[in-house]
Every structure is written in C-alpha cells, then in structure tokens.
Design a protein around this ligand. Structure first.
Ligand code: G5P
Ligand code: MG
Length: 217
C-alpha cells in the first residue's frame, strides 16, 4: 500500500497514558499526516466553554467515557473536515459501537496498538503536564519543559489534567480493560492490527518507523 495511490487512514490504540499522543506527534511530524486526537479536541472544547465542552466536562474529569452517540457524531464530523489529507486518529474509537460506526463511513487501513505495562502507566501520569491549546505534552524526566511549568513554543502555562488524579486514572484503566480492549479484537479480525510492546516510547518508536516506513514509501 502506498500513500501515493491512496490517502492513508490510520489509528492508534493503547491504554490511557500508554504514549498514544507522544507516538502520534512523532508520526505526524515524520510522515506529514493530520493528527486527530479525540481527547485533545474535547479538552479544547472544555477550555473554550462551548456547549459541547460543558456537556462533556464531567465525563472527562471523572475519567468516564463520553456516551457513544455524542462521540460518534462529533468525531465523524471532525474527520469530514480533514479534507484530502491522510489522517491519524488517536483516542477514537474506544468502544466496539464506535469502531463499527467508523468502519461504516471510513474503513481504516492501518491500526497500531501500544502495549505498555500498567505499573509504568501509573508512574507516568503523576508527572504529566500539558499545554491545553496545542495538546503538547510533557513529562518530568522524559521530555521536561525547558522552563518549569511553561510551554516550550508559546511560553504559556502548563496544567495537569483533572483525569490524572489517582481515582480518575483507576477508573480510566478499568474502562480500558472492560470496554476498550474488545476494540483490539475488532481490528485483529479485520487483519489490520499491529502491536508494539515496550516500557518507553523511545523503545517503541523504532519499531513503529520500521513498520510504517514501507507503507509511506
Ligand atoms: P484521551 O485524551 O484520549 P487517554 O486516557 O486515552 O486520554 P492519554 O492520557 O492522553 O490517553 P496517551 O496519549 O496514550 O495518554 O499518552 P501520552 O500523553 O503520549 O503520554 C502520557 C504521559 O507519559 C505524558 O506525560 C508523556 O510525556 C509521558 N511519556 C510518554 N512516553 C514516555 C516514556 O517513554 N517515558 C516517560 N517517563 N514518560 C513518557 O481521553 C481523555 C478522556 O476523553 C474522553 C474520555 O472521557 C477520556 O477519559 N474521550 C472519549 N470518550 C468516549 N469515547 C472516545 N472515543 C473518547 N475519546 C476521548
Ligand atoms: Mg493522549
């Protein structure tokens, strides 16, 4: 498969804080494709206090999933707006119902699944800081911001996500196990799933490029 002959549609799966955002940002930079992160988009609506933002805020704060009907309508519309560019989805779909809905309007070509142990994840969220307007993400000791508490590009303040509090993280991992794991099976059965295992994003990244390089050639 080549992006010259086809506009590639890809997505990334993985537990909360498994590094989907980190790996996605490297992918979009290297292969020049559009990153569409459901979580970043929802957080942007919350920050701007839009109608949707007000509707979904409590779900995100508590680490619960936004209801399927709302999420499907929102993301299908967002994807339609990515005109004529290959895209890379992160955070959607998260339920089999969402996966089915996406498949009906836009079958995807490639699905990456990050496999990172839960003990590593629990450690990571404690030191995560984000720049809300851009979705840029930092982690103290991994990609520490140049100036403490400030975004490298804009110098604006960084914040911690409300759903990175221990109770919300516990809830997110439970939801992942019970509701999102079957999505992996959905794509496995379609024959398009590729798994990448590791304890760090730097360990996973070379395996991802080895897999994607021939696809993007
Ligand atoms: P999100 O935003 O999709 P999650 O929970 O799936 O949230 P999250 O937390 O954004 O995923 P990630 O993108 O997988 O994690 O990971 P990341 O941000 O790249 O990395 C995590 C941290 O570790 C960062 O600080 C990063 O710098 C650091 N890091 C990365 N690699 C390494 C490493 O190798 N070493 C170290 N030390 N650090 C590292 O969804 C949020 C909420 O939105 C709603 C739900 O409420 C959800 O809970 N939502 C949906 N609801 C329903 N359906 C959907 N489809 C929804 N999508 C979003
Ligand atoms: Mg993310």
């Amino acid at each position: 498969m080549s992006v010259k002959s086809k506009l590639l549609k890809a997505l990334i799966l993985g537990a909360p804080a498994s590094g989907k955002g980190t790996i996605s940002s490297r992918i979009v930079k290297k292969y020049n494709i559009e990153h569409v992160s459901s979580g970043d988009k929802l957080r942007d609506h919350i920050a701007k206090q839009t109608e949707l933002g007000k509707e979904v805020k409590a779900y995100l704060d508590e680490g619960k999933l936004v209801p399927d009907d709302l999420m499907i309508k929102f993301m299908i519309k967002e994807l339609k707006e990515v005109n004529n560019k290959p895209w890379f989805l992160d955070g959607f779909p998260r339920t089999v119902e969402q996966a089915n809905a996406l498949w009906k309007v836009q079958p995807v070509d490639v699905v990456l699944n990050l496999v990172v142990p839960f003990d590593v994840i629990i450690d990571r969220v404690k030191s995560r800081w984000v720049h809300l307007p851009s979705g840029r993400v930092y982690n103290i000791g991994f990609n520490t911001p140049k100036q403490e508490g400030k975004d490298d590009v804009t110098g604006e303040p960084l914040v911690q996500r409300p759903d990175d509090k221990p109770e919300a993280v516990k809830k997110r991992l439970e939801i992942y196990e019970n509701i999102t794991r079957p999505v992996i099976e959905f794509y496995k059965q379609k024959g398009i799933l590729k798994e990448f295992e590791g304890r760090t994003s730097d360990e996973i990244w070379p395996k991802v490029t080895k897999y994607l390089d021939p696809i993007f050639k």
